[in-house]
Design a protein around this ligand. Sequence first.
Ligand code: GDP
Ligand code: MG
Length: 164
Amino acid sequence: ALPLVAILGRPNVGKSTLFNRLLGENRAITMDMPGVTRDRHYATVTQGPYAYRLVDTGGILFGDDHPLGEAIRKQALFALEEADLLIYLFDAKDGYNPMDREVVEKIRASGKPAVYAVNKSDAPTRESVLMADFYKYGVNPLVPVSALHGLGMDELLAPLAPYL
Ligand code: GDP
Ligand code: MG
């Protein structure tokens, strides 16, 4: 079976934008089982020598009775369990958010290969300050990306390449 790569991160960090970006550029695209799951979208991506399945953990609906933290935790933990490889997105507009910490710790504890990315890194003047802020938390490897503009995509996949 192809390795499963999960895209994790808080709501609005750009997970779905990244999912579509990785699917959209010169890849052979297969959407797996469309409509089977409401909460997660799967696709098979082939790019040069790499082939993997990708899961977008978006689509969670936040109702008033669902504290944000709990919903994030549930989707993140499920994806963490089923995935072989992990991409964790931070948001350059927000900086390191305390809500990131629990998932980051679980990713570390899982021992699964992971890459951390600071998405929305499309304002160069702030980028170096932000990257320093994230490095403080010891997340590594850490890559600035812009899913919207397709920046840093090769650098993002490079740490996972040995497994793809
Ligand atoms: P998700 O909730 O994590 O799936 O986030 P989405 O992919 O739905 O994106 C949330 C918002 O962030 C949308 O308005 C996107 O257009 C925007 N966004 C995503 N990636 C980028 C990026 O690289 N740069 C900028 N400036 N905005 C982005
Ligand atoms: Mg989404």
